[in-house]
Design a protein around this ligand. Structure first.
Ligand code: 6PG
Length: 242
């Protein structure tokens, strides 16, 4: 496994601009549909706002097939919904065909939503070794080292044979649906977008491969194609030496 490419930015706007250029350059590497899995939480909002303000017409949205790396098991109008956040900050501001949007049905019982999402993944994405292949998976990381919705206390879910799994938030008990490591690591390219001082300790442990780092799901991200990028602001990178 090649070393990940670690990019550090003075502030989140510079990170968002550079990541947008990265995204556009990845789209130029191929023709036809570009399959992407978005992350949730708050970090993507910064990128979405930057994208809408500065580059919304620079992207051929008709080529973009949008999925999510994870979703909270709540209705799309719930303030916790990753789809709802994406709609508010991105989808409502760009001209993307509605059939290009493949959300996880958080409003359903996870036992119903998972097979529906797995079917969509299989129907829309190309596959390799019978695993759906994304062109780009965008990931965030929690201060506990979780990524997507695979948390340390359920790290075994990372190795599920399924494309997506039902997870549970360690504090709130909220149920989540998450891509498994099997799909995430099959992606042609992966980009972490991580900002904030509260992530710095785990970033250091993961990038410096300290003895406990293997316990953090974010450390298990290792795309077969070796295209792993960490887009970090200075605060999140404050404890690493590169
Ligand atoms: C989610 C995410 C999760 C997120 C991290 C970081 O649904 O919450 O996909 O993996 O990326 O928790 O969240 P912040 O960007 O809010 O710090």
């Amino acid at each position: 496994m090649q070393e990940p490419k670690v990019l550090i930015f003075d502030d989140v706007d510079k990170l968002a601009e550079d990541f947008t250029n990265h995204f556009i350059s990845l789209m130029k590497l191929k023709t036809g549909n570009f399959h992407i899995a978005l992350s949730g939480g708050s970090t993507p909002k910064v990128w979405f706002e930057h994208l809408v303000k500065n580059h919304k017409y620079d992207i051929d949205w008709a080529r973009v097939q949008l999925f999510w790396g994870d979703e909270r098991c709540v209705p799309p109008i719930d303030e916790d919904s990753n789809y709802g956040m994406t709609k508010k900050y991105l989808l409502d501001h760009i001209n993307i065909p509605k059939e290009n949007i493949h959300r996880i049905f958080g409003e359903l019982n996870p036992e119903e939503a998972v097979p529906l999402y797995e079917k969509e993944l299989s129907n829309v994405l190309p596959n390799k070794d019978e695993v759906p292949v994304f062109d780009l998976v965008i990931l965030g990381m929690g201060a506990d080292g979780h990524t997507a919705s695979i948390f340390p206390h359920q790290i075994e879910l990372w190795d599920s044979d399924q494309y997506s799994v039902v997870a549970k938030h360690p504090e709130t008990g909220q149920r989540r649906i998450s891509l498994s490591g099997k799909v995430i690591n099959k992606s042609r390219s992966i980009a972490f977008l991580v900002t904030g001082e509260n992530k710095a300790a785990k970033i250091m442990e993961i990038l410096h491969k300290t003895k406990d780092s293997d316990n953090y799901p974010a450390s298990r991200v290792a795309p077969e194609k070796n295209n792993l990028y960490w887009f970090l602001d200075k605060a999140a990178a404050s404890q690493i030496q590169i």
